[in-house]
Design a protein around this ligand. Sequence first.
Ligand SMILES: Cc1ncc(COP(=O)(O)O)c(C=O)c1O
Length: 388
Amino acid sequence: MSDEIIYLDNHATTRCDPRVVDAMLPLLLESYGNPHSTTHAAGHDAAEAVDAALHSLAQNLGATREELTVTSGATESTNLALLGHCLNPRNRKRHIVTAATEHPAVLDPIDALRREGFGVTTLEVDANGQIDATKFTESLTDDTAIVSLMLANNEIGSLHPLAELIEIAHARGIPVHTDATQAVGRIPIDVGRLEVDLLSCSAHKFYGPKGIGLLYVRRQGRLTRLKPRTFGGGQQRRLRPGTMNPAAIVGMATALQLCSDEMPTEPQRIAALRQRLMEGLCQRIAGLQLNGPPLDSEIRLPGNLNLMFPGVQGDALMLAAPRLAVSSGSACSSVDAAASHVLLGTGRSELQARSSLRFGIGRFNTAAQIDEAIAMLADAFDQMQQFS
Ligand SMILES: Cc1ncc(COP(=O)(O)O)c(C=O)c1O
């Protein structure tokens, strides 16, 4: 057995693909000009690379280049989308609709808006992490400024039927923001067809570099006007000023292109690895329970698995299998030790939530790694049973 870490935490982040790193290096070592320098070729080269990357990103998302704003990642994008829309003096509405299982990158800016006097409806979810379409419709009022619903959940992989929900919101002239951080690169997305108004994502979730992401703002039939949150140079239509990072932008574009290229086959390969993991663990550990939607359903991300281990704490199990990288909640919430709000939201008890582990299978995982992960976890589980 090697000392290699078996990395099954691809919802927290992914390994940057070496092809992405190769595409980034020339922007760091050769075409290193400031893309906003207009007086020399070094600046032009960098600007050209940024422009080509943005065109490629737009094409792969079904957007136009003008609809994309580069940010430092999904957290900045969600903040810009929600605060930028709601706190724009043009917006006179004071109510927000969201769901209980959203990521803190959405829930926290909404909390900040609540403190500014906004009313918030937080929709409950069922055991599959789904909201009820009727309750959603009933939650919308004449005063609803915006809806924010994630495309894919980061813990249980649930996919919201976003197109249907957007249609309902649009019928009342209400814009929809989606946190698509876990969906971009993993499932096909065409923002133009989806008709979503605002979309946030981070490159490091799809094998790109960290610290870079996008905010998509729909122009056609525009329902949102964002007020900038930062002020400085005139870059990015003044919505998000500051010198752009050409290497990271090229890395993000290359990463998304690779995901698009592999989309016809990769989700099935990853789903097969997940099935292998599930079956292998069930053979060795009695009483395992699945959290979230069934694995063969259309409403779950292909690489996501979330399991409840009978009678043990997830954290203790991870300690007993130190070469296995998985998690007991989102990477952000592992900063504080609260039980997963997503699992609690789906009806699990605190004890059940604390007995659960999240697995995220990704591009660099192999069947051999899955088998090793099964052995590690089952051995750790047996060991803990003996002690208890
Ligand atoms: C669903 C979701 N939204 C937002 C974020 C925040 O992403 P970042 O930390 O890259 O800003 C994450 C990261 O875990 C996520 O999973």
